[in-house]
Design a protein around this ligand. Structure first.
Ligand code: RBF
Length: 224
């Protein structure tokens, strides 16, 4: 039977060739998680994201995903502050748009970034890593006989949304909340029936590049 559900493909081919993306995944239900991570990586690469710019971190379970995603972003904030401090000490100018508002409203790491047209002043300690354009949180929750599932699903989804809204860095929601093993397998393209299903990790890789691209544009005040 045909369905009207699902994601319609964007007309745009978003370019991930200068992007950095973090994937944070849980280790519960690894058969499914591994397929989802592989699907996400395949589509990141298909959009041009370089292998060296895809960082993969793992945590025990889905409940740990929000903190790990938040830490990726906080790490970057810290280095942003250090970077600006060094620039001031070095007598360099701080670009007029690199101010506290940027920190609160979104990330702006143009100083030593290859995206910047302004060279960093001499004496500046280089930022060890470029910022992430997006973070993909991947976990698979499968309902058991207790209320655990409901609590984890609820808290994790709210917390991941909070990380994204608080930081302005896109957090892609790659958490499956399945009622059965088969539901989870089918959503990773591993279905046991004739129809293997669709690997949603692929959609998450595409979403990461699309959102990273939108955020770069929106931060510059460019809207369609
Ligand atoms: N983590 C998952 O990522 N998926 C699960 O399906 C899952 N089910 C769990 C069921 C129970 C009864 C417990 C105790 C934990 C489960 N976890 C699951 C792990 C959870 O996300 C977290 O790692 C641990 O609770 C430690 O904080």
């Amino acid at each position: 039977m045909s369905t009207i559900k699902g994601l319609s493909q964007s007309q745009n081919q978003y370019d991930g060739s200068s992007m950095r993306v973090a994937i944070v995944h849980a280790r519960w239900n690894t058969t499914v998680v591994d397929a989802l991570v592989a699907g996400a990586i395949a589509k990141l690469k298909a959009r041009g994201v370089k292998e060296k710019n895809i960082v993969v971190e793992s945590v025990p379970g889905s409940f740990e995903l929000p903190l790990a995603c938040a830490k990726c972003v906080v790490f970057l904030y810290r280095h942003f502050w250090q970077l600006n401090l060094h620039r001031v000490i070095a007598g360099g100018h701080v670009q007029s748009h690199s101010n506290v508002t940027d920190l609160l409203g979104g990330l702006n790491f143009s100083s030593t970034s290859s995206r910047s047209s302004t060279p960093a002043p001499t004496g500046v300690v280089p930022m060890p890593n470029e910022p992430f354009d997006a973070v993909i949180a991947i976990g698979v929750l499968i309902k058991g006989s207790t209320m655990h599932f409901e609590y984890i699903c609820d808290s994790v989804s709210h917390a991941l949304m909070k990380v994204q809204l608080d930081t302005g860095v896109p957090v892609i929601f790659g958490v499956l909340t399945a009622l059965t093993d088969d539901q989870a397998l089918e959503r990773a393209g591993l279905g046991r029936g004739e129809d293997k299903g669709h690997n949603h990790g692929e959609d998450w890789g595409l979403a990461a590049v699309e959102m990273g691209s939108h955020l770069r544009r929106w931060r510059e005040g460019q809207f369609n």
